[in-house]
Design a protein around this ligand. Structure first.
Ligand code: SAM
Length: 397
């Protein structure tokens, strides 16, 4: 039998005997096409088992659901014809189908990465980025019927928005994901550290998105001072079978950062944000994502005798001014260390006041640090600031 037909039949059999976990098609035959991958799962939609195809384009995802019969026809059309590679995960075995330009097909198999049957309930939010998984129930965001708990709506929106931001950043920086797909020959894990992970809402959602939606091999660590939170989070990670998600008790400043691809620090208090950014820069992280809070360090130093005296006389305006100056200097220091930096509001003020996000994306080319550091000096002079904490931490990098 033609190995292509044989592979499609294998997929049909696994649907019939309920061992199908997921199927990922990659390496588009047309390398210039915007469609990069197709991620396929089974889902119960209106009580009928269907194929759910996510067509992952450079800038957007398009989801289409097919009956089993039509889904198989679609698979027959695209596997080996539109995509060279198919990674097929079942609860019994993993299979890798590869076709080369000469039409030669190679089929390999190995131990199952996911021996557990996945939940077939079609329970993603409409963006497809968050699954209504049990961790959200255990964290108290959803009730046992997967409804958002009273008073948790803002947190749920924040989690979704955060995952959306990361999804967008990964799409714009595809080099970060190279060779990180589960089942690829050269398996390498994406390394992520969340500094000041708190109750772990974002850490869990990010892990679930990377591993269970994107099929990536990822190791995620949350670092947090509060021991009780570490215990709770590790227990929920275990219950969720999130094998490569761990929480460690410790201070950001003392944490030895291993090789890290993405560093996250959301709402880490005051200079803890600077500590996290400095660690990310030192670890050569490809992405540094932070949402600062309580900007006390600069506020204390800003002098009221400058041109801005009328503004700084008003407490709330001084606070806002201190936030702006603190985060501008953070952005400039990131730039001086070779990070293309964006500062934006990541969620509406209605959901949280701490809504400014600073994102640094590591540039490939070198930068002239002096251009940015001169601007830092100028700002400090204007506001009578002696030093910015991040400046101290990064002065010897
Ligand atoms: C406001 S919470 C944010 C939690 C989480 N990042 C989020 O956005 O949902 C800040 C967390 O950072 C922790 N934290 C603050 N300073 C820290 C430090 N220096 N080292 C480790 N954790 C820290 C706090 O204990 C707290 O749980």
């Amino acid at each position: 039998m033609n190995p292509q037909t044989d592979f499609i039949q294998k997929i049909s059999k696994c649907v019939a005997n309920d061992t199908f976990v997921r199927l990922t098609l990659s390496k588009n035959v047309d390398r210039s096409a915007s469609l990069k991958k197709v991620l396929i799962k089974l889902a119960l939609i209106k009580k009928e088992l269907q194929y759910s195809f996510v067509y992952r384009h450079e800038t957007q995802d398009i989801t289409k659901n097919f009956s089993i019969k039509n889904g198989e026809a679609e698979l027959e059309k695209i596997i080996g014809n539109e995509f060279w590679v198919a990674n097929f995960f079942t609860t019994k075995r993993d299979f890798v189908f590869e076709k080369n330009k000469k039409g030669k097909i190679n089929l390999r198999e190995g131990k199952p990465t996911f021996p557990q049957k996945p939940d077939r309930q079609h329970d993603k939010d409409k963006t497809g980025l968050i699954q209504k998984a049990t961790y959200l129930q255990e964290l108290g965001i959803l009730d046992d019927k997967n409804r958002v708990q009273k008073g948790k709506g803002d947190k749920y929106k924040q989690i979704k928005k955060f995952v959306e931001v990361i999804a967008d950043l990964l799409r714009k920086n595809p080099q970060i994901l190279a060779n990180k797909l589960i089942g690829m020959n050269e398996q390498k894990s994406l390394r992520i550290v969340d500094m000041g992970s708190g109750k772990g809402y974002l850490t869990f959602a990010l892990y679930d998105y990377l591993v269970n939606i994107l099929n990536l091999q990822a190791k995620v660590t949350g670092v947090e001072i509060r021991e009780n939170l570490i215990e709770i989070c590790n227990e929920i990670a275990q219950n969720s079978k999130f094998e490569n998600l761990h929480f460690e008790q410790g201070f950001i400043q003392g944490y030895e950062l291993p090789k890290t691809d993405i560093l996250i620090a959301l709402h880490a208090c005051d200079t803890a944000t600077d500590e996290a950014i400095a660690k990310g820069i030192k670890a050569d992280a490809q992405l540094i994502v932070c949402a600062p809070c309580c900007h006390k360090q600069i506020r204390k130093q800003i002098k009221d005798d400058s041109l801005l005296e009328p503004i700084l006389n008003f407490g709330i305006l001084k606070e806002r001014q201190a936030e702006i100056v603190t985060d501008t200097i953070r952005a400039l220091i990131l730039e001086s260390n070779g990070y293309k930096t964006k500062v934006f509001e990541f969620i509406s003020m209605d959901h949280t006041g701490k809504n400014v996000m600073i994102v640094g994306q590591k540039r490939r080319e070198a930068v002239d640090a002096k251009i940015y550091l001169d601007k830092v000096e100028e700002l400090k002079k204007q506001f009578g600031i002696e030093f910015h904490y991040l400046e101290k931490l990064t002065s010897n990098i």
